[in-house]
Design a protein around this ligand. Structure first.
Ligand code: C2E
Ligand code: CA
Ligand code: CA
Length: 643
C-alpha cells in the first residue's frame, strides 16, 4: 500500500511554525501554557514520527525489523498521548491543580495506560500491528481499540465542556468542538481510505486555532507597555497557588499621571508608564511584573531568602524618587505600594484583586505613608465601602433617602421655632445606616453633591407643601458638606431650587462645619456673600470640636453658632470645659450671634445652658430627629397648645 503523505507533511510544517512562534514569543509560564506546550510538542513529534514510520514501512530494508517495530511503537505511544494531554489541558481551564481528585487522574491515565500495554505487547500479541514473514507492516485486529480510546477522550472532553459550560469562554467551547469534530472526521476518513494520512492535519489545524484564540502570547501581553497583562496575572496567580508554597505580590499605583497627561499630553503619560513597565521588568529576576489596569502594576515573586519583599519595596521607592525622563522632562510621579503575602491557595483570585485595589486606594489616601500591608480587614472595609456606595447610588436612583427633622427649642418663645433636616438611609434589610458612616464616603467620591441637592430639594418641597411657617416654624437648617461649598455655582443652584418651590429665602438656614470653611475658603466666602445678600442665614456647626473656631467665627459672617454636643456633655463633668462653654457663649452673644446648643439630653443640661444665656436647644431631651409625618404631628400639637 502506498501512502498519501502530503497532508502529513503540510501538518508538520504548520505545527512547527506554531511551536516555533510559541517558543519565541515568551508566553506566561502558567499551568495552562505548559499543558498547551505538551499538546503541541506531542503533536509535532507524533507527526514527525508518523512520516518516519511511513518511510520505514514502505522501505523495510532501510532499518532492521526490531528498529522498525520500536519506531512504530514509539509513534503510537506519542500519538495516543495527545488526546490524554488535550483532555488534561481542558481540565486545567476549569480546575485548579489542587482541585484535581484521584478520579480525575484515573480518568486521564487509565485509558492511556491500556493503550501503552496494548502497544508494548503488540510485537508478541500482534494485536495492534505486526510485521509478517516478509517484513511487511500489517495492521493488527485490535488497532481499532486505540481509536476507541481516542474517542473515549473526546467524549470526556465534550462532557467536560457541557458540565463547565457556564465557566468556559465561548472561544474555549468552539475550540473543543472544532478539535473533536475534525479529529473524528479524520478518523472516519482514515478508516475508509487507509492510505490517506489526514489525522495529523486535523490536529495541526486545531492546534493553530487553539494557539490563536487561547494560548496566543499576545493575549497575555500589554502591547503598549511591553509587559504581561491582567489575564497573565490571573493565570500566574493560579499557577503559584497550585504550587502550595509561599509567595508575595507587590501592588504599585503610579500617582499624579493626570497631572502629567494634562501638562505634557497623553503621549508623555504613556511613555512614562512604558518606562515604568521596563523598569519593573528589569528588576533582578522579576520578569513576573504585570500591568493590571490604568496606572496599576503588580510584581509576583516566590518568598524565600533571595527574595525579600521589604528590600524590593525600598528599591522601588528609591527608584521613583530618582524620577523618569520623558521627552527631556524629569517626571517624579509618586508611588503607592501594597504588599500581599500569600501562602498556597488561601485567598481567592477575586479577593486578591480587590485587596490590591482597596489597599492601593488606602495607601494613596494616606499622606504619611505610601505603603500598606494588604490584609483581610482592608478587603472587608473596602467591600463594605463599595456596597455602601452602591446602596447610595440605588437610594438616589429610587428616591430611598429620607429626610428627618429634629426640632429646635426656642427659650424666648418657649416652643419649637426651628428644625434641622437630617438625612436617613436604610440598608436592604431596613436597618438604619448612620450618616456619620455614609456622608464621609459620599464626600470622598463626590456623591455628596447629588445627595446634598436631594436633601435640599426635599426640604424645600416639604416646606411648601406642608406650609411649615403656618405651624409657627421660622426656619429649617440644612447641612452643607465641604464638597458642596467648593462649588462656585452652589448659590445659584440653591436659589434655583428655592424659587422652584417658592420658598422664602429667610426660611432656610445653612449649616457648615469649620472643616468646610477651611477647605473652601474663597469659594465659600463668595457663595456666602451671594446667599446672605438674598436673606439666607448661615450657622457654624460643631463649634468646640475644631482647632481654630475663633478665626472662622471672625472671618465669616455667621448668623448662628451651634455648640457641639461634646462640649455640652463635657461641661457637665469637667470644670475647664464648663468655663470654656460659659465664655464661648458670652463671646458669641457679645458678637451678636445666636446660639444653639446641641445634644441636650437632660433637664440638668437645659438648666445649665439656660443660666448661661443660650437661646436655642436641640437634643433628645426635647425630641429625636423625626420622620416628616411625626414632625408635623409634633408641630400641630404645639400649635394647638399655644391656641
Ligand atoms: P450634625 O450636623 O452635628 O447633626 C447632629 C447630630 O446629632 C445628628 O446625628 C443628630 O441625630 C444628633 N443628635 C441630636 N441631638 C442629640 C442628642 O441629644 N444626643 C445625641 N447622642 N445625638 C444627638 P445624625 O443625624 O446621625 O447626623 C450625623 C451627622 O451627619 C450630622 O452631624 C451631619 O454632619 C451629617 N449629616 C446629616 N444629614 C446631613 C445632610 O443632609 N447633609 C450633610 N452634608 N451632612 C449631613
Ligand atoms: Ca448640623
Ligand atoms: Ca452639629
Amino acid at each position: 500500500m502506498s501512502y498519501i503523505i502530503h497532508y502529513d507533511v503540510a501538518a508538520l510544517m504548520v505545527t512547527l511554525v506554531v511551536a516555533g512562534h510559541f517558543a519565541i514569543k515568551k508566553s506566561v509560564p502558567s499551568r495552562q501554557a505548559s499543558m498547551f506546550a505538551w499538546v503541541l510538542g506531542l503533536a509535532t513529534l507524533a507527526n514527525a514520527l508518523d512520516l518516519c514510520t511511513i518511510y520505514t514501512i514502505e522501505n523495510p530494508n532501510t532499518i532492521p525489523l526490531w528498529a522498525n517495530s520500536l519506531l512504530n511503537m514509539f509513534y503510537l505511544l506519542t500519538f495516543n498521548a495527545i488526546p490524554a494531554f488535550y483532555y488534561s489541558y481542558l481540565i486545567s481551564w476549569t480546575k485548579k491543580k489542587n482541585e484535581w481528585t484521584p478520579v480525575h487522574y484515573f480518568r486521564i491515565l487509565s485509558p492511556y495506560c491500556i493503550s501503552i500495554l496494548l502497544i508494548l505487547s503488540s510485537p508478541f500479541t500482534k494485536f495492534i500491528f505486526y510485521f509478517n514473514e516478509d517484513g511487511v507492516y500489517q495492521r493488527g485486529p485490535g488497532l481499532f481499540t486505540l481509536y476507541l480510546i481516542v474517542i473515549y477522550y473526546m467524549i470526556c472532553a465534550i462532557l467536560q465542556v457541557i458540565i463547565h459550560r457556564a465557566t468556559l469562554a465561548r472561544a474555549q467551547k468552539i475550540i473543543v468542538i472544532v478539535f473533536i469534530s475534525s479529529s473524528f472526521c479524520a478518523i472516519i476518513l482514515q478508516q475508509a481510505i487507509p492510505n490517506l494520512l489526514i489525522i495529523h492535519l486535523a490536529i495541526a489545524i486545531s492546534a493553530v486555532i487553539m494557539y490563536l484564540s487561547l494560548q496566543n502570547p499576545e493575549n497575555y501581553y500589554n502591547q503598549q507597555f511591553g509587559i504581561y497583562n491582567r489575564v497573565a496575572f490571573n493565570e500566574m496567580y493560579e499557577t503559584y497557588t497550585s504550587r502550595g508554597k509561599s509567595f508575595y505580590i507587590i501592588g504599585l499605583q503610579v500617582e499624579g499621571l493626570i497631572f502629567i497627561n494634562e501638562t505634557h499630553g497623553m503621549g508623555a503619560g504613556n511613555m512614562l508608564l512604558k518606562q515604568i513597565a521596563e523598569y519593573l521588568l528589569s528588576i533582578n529576576g522579576s520578569n513576573y511584573a504585570f500591568h493590571l489596569a490604568g496606572t496599576k502594576f503588580t510584581i509576583m515573586k516566590p518568598h524565600n531568602i533571595h527574595n525579600d519583599p521589604t528590600k524590593l519595596i525600598g528599591e522601588l521607592q528609591q527608584r521613583f524618587k530618582e524620577g523618569f525622563w520623558v521627552n527631556g522632562i524629569k517626571c517624579t510621579p509618586s508611588l503607592s505600594l501594597c504588599l500581599l503575602e500569600c501562602e498556597g491557595d488561601t485567598i481567592d483570585l477575586e479577593d486578591v484583586l480587590d485587596m490590591i485595589t482597596y489597599s492601593l486606594q488606602e495607601a494613596a489616601s494616606d499622606s504619611t505613608t505610601s505603603f500598606i500591608l494588604a490584609t483581610n480587614e482592608i478587603l472587608e472595609s473596602g467591600r463594605k465601602e463599595s456596597r455602601l456606595i452602591q446602596l447610595m447610588k440605588k437610594a438616589l436612583h429610587e428616591g430611598r433617602f429620607e429626610v428627618y427633622y429634629q426640632p429646635i427649642y426656642s427659650v424666648k418663645d418657649k416652643r419649637f421655632t426651628m428644625a434641622e433636616a437630617l438625612i436617613r438611609l436604610k440598608d436592604d434589610e431596613g436597618k438604619f445606616i448612620s450618616p456619620d458612616e455614609f456622608i464621609p464616603l459620599a464626600e470622598k467620591n463626590g456623591l455628596i453633591l447629588e445627595i446634598g441637592e436631594y436633601v435640599f430639594r426635599e426640604v424645600c418641597r416639604f416646606t411648601t407643601t406642608e406650609k411649615l411657617s403656618s405651624y409657627g416654624l421660622k426656619s429649617v437648617d440644612v447641612n452643607l458638606s465641604a464638597v458642596q461649598c467648593m462649588q462656585r455655582q452652589l448659590h445659584s443652584k440653591l436659589t434655583e431650587i428655592m424659587d422652584e418651590f417658592d420658598v422664602d429665602y429667610k426660611f432656610i438656614s445653612l449649616e457648615i462645619t469649620e472643616t468646610a470653611a477651611v477647605m473652601s475658603s474663597d469659594t465659600l466666602r463668595f457663595n456666602m456673600d451671594e446667599l446672605i445678600g438674598k436673606g439666607i442665614n448661615f450657622s457654624l456647626d460643631d463649634y468646640g470640636t475644631g482647632f481654630s473656631n475663633m478665626a472662622t467665627i471672625i472671618e465669616y459672617p455667621f448668623h448662628t453658632i451651634k455648640i457641639d454636643k461634646s462640649l455640652v456633655w463635657s461641661a457637665m463633668e469637667k470644670p475647664k470645659s464648663l468655663l470654656a462653654l460659659k465664655h464661648s457663649i458670652h463671646m458669641v452673644k457679645d458678637m451678636d450671634m445666636e446660639l444653639v446648643a446641641e445634644g441636650v439630653e437632660t433637664l440638668e443640661q437645659t438648666n445649665m445652658l439656660k443660666d448661661m444665656g443660650c437661646d436655642y436647644f436641640q437634643g433628645y431631651y426635647y425630641s429625636k430627629p423625626l420622620p416628616a409625618k411625626d414632625f408635623l404631628r409634633l408641630l400641630a400639637s404645639q400649635k394647638s397648645e399655644i391656641q
